[in-house]
Design a protein around this ligand. Structure first.
Ligand SMILES: [Zn+2]
Length: 660
């Protein structure tokens, strides 16, 4: 024991005497490392993009050299770079879609005609007019087949409108003709062509559900040079900057349409050195493909890659979504909704059924792929776990890192299976629709009991599962801080504390991306993927976390985002600069405050006995260049205390003197 102690002391001395000189030092910070013991440190040192020290302001000085840049964080919070392990940045950024958006709040679908007409959309490079945003329930209110409504605006041009959830499409007659869909076309796997709900029993009505709609959009967006350029430019000029602004340094693409050249687009961005976050792609299993040819085609896409771009995940849909009644349920949907919808299934549908899923996982996990499985209904989730278990029985535990995503209705008997099968649970709570006040929006579909506890993040976390949080952007906001806030405020199904929620966005995401040894926490030897934020999310009320702004984002020590105001050198050093001047005033004093101000910011002035002399609101508009003038001409001589509250998280006070 004594020898080990001496050895440790000698090693420590040796290390400090050979201390490297850092490129950058960050000090006077509150740094949450997200390490195994939830350690907070004051300072860290970076060299060649890697963290070489974490610890105290005093300790970091050993790494200071002539060429070292020192950033004084002014007490601000530093976090590991955020991981968003399920999002759709290419589709969210592409200009291939349409700016013609419809309101899902509309109740009469005939009213959409004038809006679509006013959009005046021109066909894309494949000859299709595209739009989005309506609700399927608006179309179900129609008094005639919905395709006929679209036909009045586009009698000869194929037109396709994506419903707000993306799980169904509204199509006109010209579009159906291009796709070759007739009265006798059978449903594709995982989809449904709505027929005969209006008019004759053989009529195609113009609503394509789930994979029937996916097949249509893949034709409308079949890749050509123009569309691929649009994807590239959308990501470079819009998508990637937006991620950096949100503090996101690593992402998993939620679905890589490999037949539409998505992989080539990402590879081109990387080749041009324009990637500002680490990316894991997940080739999509096309439900209507034959697996005998699809499996080898996907095997050929495998690329363990490097620290910036990997292709070793697979996205697979087990089922659809609750509000189409296509999420796969163990028990029937409610009778009323089944009558309204008239779909030929009562327990939802499968994009990929249980036996096919088992075959795919069994074949592809041995090639090094981890599965990312969309499952929303309790049956879809059970089947996903069953398929993983069966593959494991065949292949043994080969260290696969599969995960299930969405998980809206989960059978209590499945809670413990995630940890026992080492399946990560990926949940989205950013969108309001998963919050408890919206649970019972689903009563018409699945009844009251099954609508309770949707997205049961607490139950599954408590059962020992590894949990990641993700945005599914642009289904929901890309801000991890909105997700963190919602994960904490959705009792009874909430995460226990801020650190757990941050880990769900950092180190756990890194595990899913097979990079937890390189990033995801701020520890010596890992990349300096980190962010500074404008407030301390560990101390403010949970309800204020969502408004957090990122000050800067670093990837491997390189700045990929800086807030134009918050990130200036002056503001960097003083998280919020607060001044009251002149200190000896006659007619007026000025309050200077650089931090964020809410509309209920206020300035109170007290005399030296503590009696309040004046009170005024100080909303952001009353500041000019962060400065506000206060009239004190009526004050008598003496010492006063000015107290400023920004209405968010800070209250500051300063003394000034009135002299006549
Ligand atoms: Zn998604």
């Amino acid at each position: 024991m004594k020898n080990i102690l001496i050895l440790t002391v000698m090693l420590t001395m040796l290390m400090s005497s050979n201390a490297q000189i850092a490129d950058t030092i960050i000090k006077s910070a509150k740094i949450y490392t997200a390490d195994a013991s939830d350690t907070f440190v004051q300072a860290l040192a970076i060299k060649d993009g890697l963290i070489i020290y974490t610890g105290t302001d005093a300790g970091v000085n050993v790494y200071l050299g002539a060429g070292t840049t020192v950033k004084d964080a002014g007490g601000r919070l530093i976090l590991p770079g955020m991981h968003d392990v399920h999002m759709h940045p290419l589709e969210a950024s592409s200009t291939n879609g349409s700016s013609c958006s419809l309101s899902s709040a509309e109740t009469n679908p005939e009213n959409y005609k004038a809006i679509i007409q006013a959009c005046g959309s021109t066909p894309n490079a494949n000859g299709w007019v595209l739009g989005w945003g309506h609700s399927i329930y608006t179309l179900l209110n129609a008094t005639r087949a919905p395709r006929l409504i679209l036909d009045e605006v586009y009698p000869t041009t194929p037109a396709l409108f994506m419903e707000e959830t993306s799980h169904s499409m509204w199509i006109n007659t010209a579009g159906l003709n291009v796709l070759g869909i007739t009265d006798s076309t059978p449903d594709p796997v995982g989809g449904h062509i709505v027929k005969s709900k209006w008019g004759t029993v053989t009529d195609v009505d113009g609503i394509l559900l789930d994979n029937a709609g996916d097949v249509a959009i893949s034709v409308a967006l079949v890749t050509n040079g123009t569309l691929q350029t649009n994807n590239y430019e959308g990501l470079v000029y819009y998508g990637l900057p937006l991620l950096a602004k949100n503090g996101i340094t690593s992402i998993c693409e939620g679905r890589t349409y490999w037949k539409q050249n998505y992989i080539q687009t990402w590879q081109q961005i990387k080749a041009n050195n324009l990637l500002t976050c680490r990316v894991a792609l997940a080739p999509w299993i096309y439900p209507d493909d034959n697996d005998a040819t699809q499996i080898p085609a996907i095997e050929a896409l495998y690329d363990a890659g490097d620290d910036m771009l990997k292709i070793r995940q697979i996205k697979l849909y087990s089922d659809g979504i609750l509000i189409n009644a296509t999420a796969a349920m163990h028990d029937d949907y409610e009778a009323g909704i089944l009558t309204t919808l008239g779909f030929p299934f009562s327990k939802g549908l499968n994009y990929i059924d249980a036996s096919r899923m088992t075959n795919l996982i069994t074949a592809l996990e041995t090639k090094g792929f981890d599965f990312h499985i969309h499952a929303i209904g309790d049956r879809g989730i059970t089947e996903s776990l069953d398929a993983i278990a069966t593959a494991r029985a065949t292949n043994g535990d080969i260290g696969a890192r599969h995960r299930v995503t969405h998980l809206e209705v989960v059978k209590t008997t499945d809670y413990l299976r995630f940890s026992s099968l080492n399946v990560t649970v990926d949940m989205q709570v950013t969108g309001d629709f998963t919050n408890p006040n919206h649970w019972h929006d689903n009563d018409n579909f699945i009844g009251v009991t099954r609508s309770d506890n949707l997205v049961p993040v607490k139950s599954i976390y408590d059962a020992g599962a590894k949990v990641t949080l993700s945005s599914d952007w642009d289904v929901s906001s890309a801000s991890p801080f909105v997700g963190i806030q919602n994960s904490l405020t959705r009792a009874p199904q909430n995460l226990p504390n801020v650190a757990t929620a941050v880990k769900a966005y950092t180190i756990n995401g890194a595990y899913v991306m097979r990079q937890e040894d390189k990033t995801g926490s701020l520890e010596v030897g890992k990349y300096a993927d980190l962010i500074m934020v404008d407030r301390d999310i560990f101390t403010i009320p949970n309800t204020q976390i969502g408004a957090t702004k990122v000050v800067f984002t670093w990837l491997a020590g390189n700045q990929v985002y800086q807030d134009a105001v918050l990130g200036t050198a002056e503001n960097m050093q003083n998280s919020t600069k607060f001044e009251v001047y002149p200190t000896v005033a006659h007619e007026e004093v000025y309050v200077y405050f650089t931090g964020e101000k809410a509309t209920d910011s206020s300035i109170d002035i007290y005399d030296f006995s503590g009696k309040r002399i004046s009170k005024q609101k100080a909303d952001p508009d009353s500041f000019t260049n962060n400065e506000i003038k206060i009239d004190v001409s009526g004050f008598s001589e003496g010492i006063y205390i000015l107290k400023f509250s920004n209405g968010i998280d800070q209250t500051k006070s300063k003394k000034f003197i009135i002299s006549k």
